[in-house]
Structure formats: C-alpha cells, structure tokens
Ligand binder design. Structure first.
Ligand code: HEC
Length: 231
C-alpha cells in the first residue's frame, strides 16, 4: 500500500512534464501558416448539403432555392380582414364615410395628443397650415411645401377614410406616418381633425347655452369649457 502510493507520487512530475510539453507543442502550431487543410477531427455537421440564401436550385421549376410562402399565407396576428379598420376602405375599396371605431372623449383627447406630436409642426395647432415648419425662421418657413389648412369645404366634407389614408400613406409631398402611428391612433387623429374642423367652423348652436351667455357678456372661456358635454 505504502509502496504503491510512493510510486504514484513519484510518477506525477513526469506525467506533468509530458502534459506540459504536449500543450506547448499544440499551442506552438497556432498562428503558423500551412498549405495543408487544417486537421478537423470533430466534424460537428460543419460540412453538409445545403443551399445558401439566393442560391439557384434546379429542383424547383422557378430555379430558386428560397421558396416563397404559399399564396394566402398570413403571419400569425397579421390578418387584416377588417378592411374598414386597417385600410379605411370598404370591401369594395371605397373610402369609409365614417370612422369605424366608437368615438369617446378620451379617444378625441388621445387624437389631440398624437396630432400635436406628429402633425402640428406643419399643419399648426389649429389645423390652419401655420405650423412652425411653415411660419418659423422669421416667418419665411424652411422651404417645405406649404401644408394646407383643413378648413376648406373639400376637406370638411371628405370621407373619414380619406383622412385615414393620408395619415397612413401620405399624399404627394406629405410623407406617410404608418411607421410611427399605429392604426387606432390614426383613427384618433381623424376624430380630432373633425373636432378641429368643427372648432374653426362653429355655429352658434354648437356652443353650450351657459358658455354662450358668458361669451355674450364679454367673459373669457377656457378651451375646455363645454368639451365635457353631459358629464
Ligand atoms: C412635414 C410636414 C407635414 C407633417 C408633419 C404632416 N403633414 Fe399633412 N401635409 C403636408 C403637406 C406639405 C401637404 C400637402 C401635400 C401636397 O399637396 O403635396 C399635406 C397635406 C395634408 C392633408 C390634405 C390632403 C389633401 O387631399 O389635400 C391632410 C388631410 C393632412 N396633410 C393631414 C396630416 C395629418 C393628420 C398629419 C399628422 C399625422 C400630417 N398631415 C402631418 C405636410 C405635413
């Protein structure tokens, strides 16, 4: 027992030296150039039959290795069957007359917030086309195509779906905002556009009687007066 133990301990330095020498030899090969292919003991599926992206493949009739999705394929969660909501158009492709969502006070206020972020810089806080991009720089603007006012008969009577489409896809010199503004927010902005149009074209009947009296008496009215309706 004691003898074997002694033998083993005596062997230790020799094994260690051998191991270290081996390690040094292996490490010594790193970085050295060689014409021969490297030794590749563990294949690890490194070489296999496959096609690279965009590669040709005679197996298919169209000669492409990359297969297009089966016609009609829809990614999960991306089915936009509700054309009115997603595109502002009816099934036949006409613009919807009225926005396809319920309009609440919160919805319009959300629209105001989004409008002030995305649209007011050009179209102005009142929708009169006098945003900072148009009237800044000492009144001469920055050379951008003038943004029109929303307060024209044409835009007052135009379909809600048309306004939605302008926001999503842009129009002529105005860029589309589909990337920045999600679908529901686009409709909220449409609702707020309508409120803006009405605010700039208000009839006496639009003003709540209490506020009307205050105006007639020459008093000032806060912008939020009357917006709460029945609540
Ligand atoms: C960078 C400036 C700019 C921003 C921001 C902008 N617009 Fe415009 N908008 C324009 C210009 C310029 C036009 C006129 C385009 C043309 O006729 O070439 C226009 C036109 C319009 C029209 C009229 C389309 C018609 O048929 O005459 C509407 C409605 C409109 N914008 C709504 C919006 C809404 C809503 C937003 C916010 C989501 C917005 N715009 C953001 C510049 C802008």
């Amino acid at each position: 027992m004691t003898k074997r133990y002694a033998e083993r301990t005596m062997m230790m330095p020799r094994t260690l030296t051998l191991l270290m020498l081996g390690g040094l030899l292996l490490a010594g090969c790193r970085g050295m150039q060689s014409e021969k292919p490297p030794v590749h003991p563990n294949q690890n599926m490194d070489y296999q039959e496959r096609f690279d992206p965009q590669e040709a493949n005679p197996f298919f009739a169209d000669g492409r290795a990359m297969r297009p999705p089966v016609p009609g394929t829809v990614a999960r969660g991306f089915l936009k069957a509700d054309t009115r909501f997603y595109f502002g158009r009816t099934e036949t492709g006409a613009y919807v007359e009225r926005l396809p969502v319920a309009v609440t006070k919160e919805f319009v206020l959300r629209g105001r917030e989004r409008y002030d972020i995305y649209c007011a810089v050009c179209h102005g806080g009142a929708g009169d086309g006098r945003g900072i991009i148009m009237v800044g720089n000492g009144g001469q603007g920055y050379g951008y195509t003038p943004a029109p006012s929303y307060h024209t008969d044409r835009l007052r009577t135009i379909e809600d779906g048309y306004l939605y489409d302008v926001i999503a896809n842009g129009i002529r010199n105005m860029p589309g905002y589909a990337q920045q503004i999600p679908v529901a927010d686009r409709w909220a902005i449409v609702a707020y556009l309508r409120a803006l149009q009405r605010s700039q074209n208000a009839q006496e009947g639009d003003i709540p009687p209490s506020v009307l009296v205050s105006i007639q008496q020459g008093g000032s009215v806060s912008p939020d007066a009357g917006t709460s309706g029945s609540d």
